[in-house]
Ligand binder design. Structure first.
Ligand code: ZN
Length: 273
């Protein structure tokens, strides 16, 4: 599943390809992807609108048009492709935004788990899926004292807590495992038991890991490839994720894979306490 760095990479790749383009018509081949409003209204409202900007909140892309905002989540396999309107497409291509310049933004999703919501501008943060979204990892508002206040009250594991999108937005399984390794915290620790020094280390690890992953274009794990078909390279920098039974890059002991918060979890039992 693409996480924040991968979605940010998609955003940056798409920006020069679609900003300033005006939508002539929208075709939807798989209706369930459109969660709000109904498909007919979705297509009608987008007609004639120009894409002004693309923003991101957590793992959601927000296409800013003249007076509507399209909120898109790629889930497992969703991806955007820019093509000439006559270019061939396969059966996994479900939504077509045709522009007045004869190019097309296409949404392809093999698993069909992705979602789109369309709102009037200004309403997008007041309704699901964005109404309850947590703080951005790279936002100044994510301070050590705020994080420490949140964690103090949480009895769940730190792994489950970091996966909770209503606290910090955009961290998924790969980056949570990496952040916990970099801060030397065991994934099964209860969030409330972290010391001040550990919260500081965690805060630093979140920022550094996400920043580095964005610089490298994200991680290409399994099928994720960004919009232009380019792979990110951050997977080569991973310390624990996907490295079960391989030597820890820090101490040499074997990386363990177990299940925490119902997710495959990788850690080093020597380095992480
Ligand atoms: Zn180690």
């Amino acid at each position: 599943m693409p996480e924040l760095p991968e979605v940010e990479t998609v955003r940056r790749t798409l920006l020069p390809l679609v900003v300033g383009k005006t939508i002539e018509r929208v075709k939807v081949h798989w209706e369930k992807i459109i969660q709000h409003p109904d498909v007919e209204t979705f297509c009608d409202r987008l007609q004639g609108q120009t894409i002004r900007d693309i923003q991101r909140r957590g793992k959601f892309l927000m296409f800013q048009l003249d007076n509507v905002v399209l909120v898109s989540h790629l889930r497992m396999e969703g991806r955007y492709i820019c093509e000439n309107e006559h270019a061939p497409f396969d059966r996994h291509t479900h939504i077509f935004f045709t522009f007045t310049d004869r190019t097309e933004l296409r949404y392809r999703d093999v698993r069909k788990f992705g979602t789109m919501h369309l709102f009037n501008k200004g309403d997008e943060l007041n309704a699901p899926p964005l109404s309850n979204i947590g703080r951005e990892p790279l936002d100044e508002q994510l301070t050590v004292s705020w994080l420490s206040d949140q964690l103090r009250r949480i009895k769940r594991t730190i792994k489950a807590t970091l996966l909770d999108q209503t606290i910090i937005a955009g961290l998924g399984n790969i980056y949570v495992d990496e952040v916990l390794f970099r801060s030397f915290i065991h994934p099964e620790r209860a969030a409330s038991t972290l010391t001040v020094q550990e919260v500081e280390a965690l805060h630093r690890a979140i920022i550094e890991t996400i920043r580095e992953a964005i610089e490298k274009g994200g991680s290409t794990v399994r099928t994720y490839v960004n919009t232009q078909g380019k792979s990110g390279t951050f997977q080569n920098e991973l310390y624990v994720y996907g490295r079960a039974n391989m030597p820890c890059r820090r101490c040499g002991n074997l990386i363990i894979k177990t299940v925490v918060a119902n997710r495959g979890t990788h850690y080093c039992e020597t380095c992480q306490k």
